[in-house]
Design a protein around this ligand. Structure first.
Ligand code: G6P
Length: 368
């Protein structure tokens, strides 16, 4: 490849460490430099209409960015939002309403199923927006509008910086939509922009804790099965954490909504099973905490990623924990993406797998 790894062992590690910079670049591209207010390019869609609906479609990691964004569009902008994986969406003939926008998220802009889903929406005469990392891609060309993530070239097969720049872009879009719909007070908007602005600095604090993730990774390396739990906007991050872990370390890992624990996965929990909770101390924390007590009661090894308040609340129940900076809950999913990437990376290194080229996986799936 033309792009070097610098002083990193793998592209995945390099790309994880690039995130403060590329998220900063992406956020700046959507911000007016003098007023610090959000300034999105013109989009082919009017979010203000009361019947507005969104359909977000993608594959793989990008689909988890869509699932996360659903919480933002619903909670901040009050827009009914559906998300789907492209391979299902393209064949399901979901009826679209007359005020519905199709949003397609893709690093490459070339994923076959995502393109087919985009064409399916266009064929129904509905507007389309592509969120892509490659500006000259097919998705960018075919969609009515485009927002670009400024992740730069991503070489590692398992997506890292593309994911968090997708999240950053979708968060900006949700703020813009909320403003257009008149449901965002100027003071709250300023607060959100401030929280977004601070993300790169907070991410550097997470990267500084590299050794903590190495230590936890050495615990995970021997595990046969790992369960990731999260609630609310942390649920898709739990899914992404499990996906990263299986992609690069080949450990059988599942992400679950914490509330679903007793509807299945708890049957698998015993002394051998690490259960990783992504749980900042937000309005859902206590619910997740009680799920973790159920895990601990069955001998499961709880690993907690939270902020200082969350870690303190759990006392000595977790066998390991990582204290993350406390941030506005709106931006917490972006912050929480790094710990799950770092843990997958270091677990893969501990196991000696081919981190940048995991077996059987491709960077871009351009055939169905
Ligand atoms: C492949 C890659 C994933 C990626 C997915 C979607 O499976 O290995 O990392 O998330 O494709 O790719 P896209 O380019 O559409 O974001």
């Amino acid at each position: 490849a033309l792009i070097g790894k610098g002083n990193h062992r793998h592209y995945m590690e390099k790309e994880i460490h690039e995130q403060p910079a590329v998220i900063g670049d992406t956020l700046r591209s959507f911000t007016d430099p003098s007023s610090h207010r959000l300034a999105l390019p013109d989009l082919p869609f009017d979010f203000a209409h009361p019947e507005t609906r969104l359909q977000l479609v993608a594959c793989g990691t990008a689909a988890y960015a869509c699932m996360t964004a659903r919480y933002w569009f619903e909670q901040l902008a009050g827009i009914p939002t559906s998300t789907d994986i492209a391979s299902e969406y393209r064949y399901r003939d979901t009826p679209m309403t007359s005020r519905e926008l199709g949003i397609f998220v893709s690093q490459s802009g070339e994923t076959a199923d995502t393109l087919a889903a985009l064409r399916h929406v266009k064929a129904q005469g509905r507007p389309t927006l592509a969120i892509v990392n490659v500006a000259e891609s097919t998705a960018a060309r075919e969609a009515d509008g485009m927002l670009r993530t400024l992740a730069g070239p991503e070489i590692g097969v398992a997506s890292t910086k593309a994911f968090t720049t997708q999240l950053s872009t979708l968060a900006c879009l949700a703020i813009g939509a909320a403003r257009e719909r008149g449901c965002l007070a100027a003071s709250r908007e300023a607060q959100l922009m401030q929280a977004m602005d601070e993300i790169p600095a907070r991410l550097l604090q997470v990267l500084d804790q590299d050794q903590v993730f190495r230590d936890i990774a050495s615990m995970l390396a021997g595990a046969g099965y790992v369960l990731y739990l999260g609630r609310g906007a942390m649920y898709p991050i739990a899914l992404e954490g499990a996906l990263k872990l299986k992609e690069v370390s080949y450990i059988k890992a599942e992400g679950y909504a914490a509330g679903e624990l007793k509807h299945g996965p708890i049957a698998l929990v015993d002394e051998e099973v690490p259960v990783i909770a992504v749980a900042p101390s937000d309005h859902l924390f206590e619910k997740t905490a009680s799920n973790l007590q159920e895990v601990a009661a069955r001998g499961g090894k709880v690993i907690l990623f939270s902020d200082a308040a969350g870690i303190a609340a759990m006392g000595d129940l977790p066998v390991a924990s990582v204290t993350l900076p406390a941030v506005d809950p709106f931006v917490a999913p972006i912050l929480m993406s790094l710990p799950v990437q770092l843990l997958a990376y270091h677990t893969a290194v501990a196991k000696g797998t081919d981190v940048d080229q995991p077996r059987n996986l491709a960077k871009s799936v351009t055939v169905e």
